[in-house]
Design a protein around this ligand. Structure first.
Ligand SMILES: Nc1ncnc2c1ncn2[C@@H]1O[C@H](COP(=O)(O)OP(=O)(O)OP(=O)(O)O)[C@@H](O)[C@H]1O
Ligand SMILES: [Mg+2]
Length: 304
């Protein structure tokens, strides 16, 4: 079971998120990005966040810690925005929290390099869970302390919106052409060889057990929440074995975001970021190099 905390203060809405997640503080002194049960996307989004987030973490990918958050809507009474007020009112009880990564920056493929091995693991994982929400338009990855962190697994496992057709839906291929990591030459074969054997029935039972019962009850076609948990596990188990054969990647899309400025490129460079001293040393080395070239050139000229 995920750790359960209680929200003590609603800090601010995160307007860049379509579901209007909010930053909250909790009684364990933690700060979380909270996803609300009362959001229009519905509780299935939260189920997907838990199953895929916890699965990704167990496959060795970086996913911020997930918790459940008890919310008493009274904490939002002073919130002036009516949309936020209504969301809080509709979300009394258990909600989802993701550890807030302070100072993190949205991933920019032009400013940060990912090696083919790591890119391969992330693309393979997204193919497994059928994540359609990690494109360069909306990467849903954060860079924090020089590492890439995966967030937002709400739009995955499309088959859970139509259980009778789940098996057929889960058998479908995955087109990774628009994936934000497609340009990094993801090594899918190596990722599949390493990660697919880890996706066992036991691992999937473990991650589906993390989903609170109250987000699973009363699903049409299922008598018990455990039957629904098994229904979540089955397509993932089947897909893990062969999905690497069905990942397609066309040539990268033409329209790309604009070139990131140099200061951002440096800030996002893998940890440790270059310091002022590093930059000064680099500039001095470059200067020395061009002086040397200049000397060589003038001695050549002098020889004429
Ligand atoms: N753990 C976190 N730490 C810091 N910032 C975060 C974290 N999680 C999310 N954010 C910020 O909040 C934004 C919205 O989060 P998220 O993508 O999970 O919400 P969403 O409503 O599902 O968004 P959408 O569906 O529009 O992509 C992110 O783009 C990021 O800027
Ligand atoms: Mg998002």
């Amino acid at each position: 079971m995920l750790t359960e905390v209680t929200a003590t203060r609603y800090v601010t809405p995160l307007r860049e998120g379509g579901s209007l997640p909010g930053i909250v503080e909790a009684d364990n002194f933690g700060t979380y990005v909270m996803k609300f049960t009362g959001a229009g996307q519905g509780r299935k989004t939260l189920v997907a966040e838990v199953i895929c987030g916890e699965l990704g973490r167990r496959l060795g990918l970086r996913v911020p810690e997930l918790v459940t958050i008890q919310l008493d809507p009274v904490i939002g009474l002073a919130e002036p925005d009516q949309e936020v007020q209504e969301l809080l009112k509709a979300s009394g009880g258990l909600n989802l929290g993701m550890d807030y990564l302070p100072g993190s920056i949205g991933f920019d493929p032009l400013a940060y390099q990912v090696d083919p091995a790591e890119a391969g693991k992330i693309v393979w994982f997204d193919a497994l869970i059928n994540n359609v929400d990690r494109s360069w338009r909306n990467p849903n990855m954060l860079v924090w302390h020089g590492d890439v962190w995966l967030i937002d697994h709400g739009a995955t496992m499309i088959w859970h919106h139509n259980w009778p057709g789940a098996q057929a839906s889960a058998a479908k291929p995955y087109n990774a052409s628009d994936h934000v990591l497609a340009p990094f030459g993801p090594d899918i074969a190596a990722a599949a060889a390493e990660l697919a054997p880890l996706v066992t029935e036991q691992l999937l039972a473990e991650v589906t057990a993390e989903v609170p019962d109250e987000w699973l009850v009363d699903e049409p076609g299922f008598d018990t929440t455990d039957a629904l948990r098994r229904a979540y596990a089955a397509p993932l188990l089947a897909r893990a074995a062969t999905i690497h054969e069905r990942i397609s990647m066309d040539a990268p899309t033409k329209t790309k975001p604009s070139q990131a400025p140099g200061w951002l490129t440096e800030h996002l460079a893998p940890w440790p970021h270059p310091t002022k001293k590093d930059r000064a040393e680099k500039a001095a080395a470059e200067q020395a190099g061009s002086d040397l070239a200049g000397t060589a050139q003038s001695s050549k000229d002098g020889g004429r």
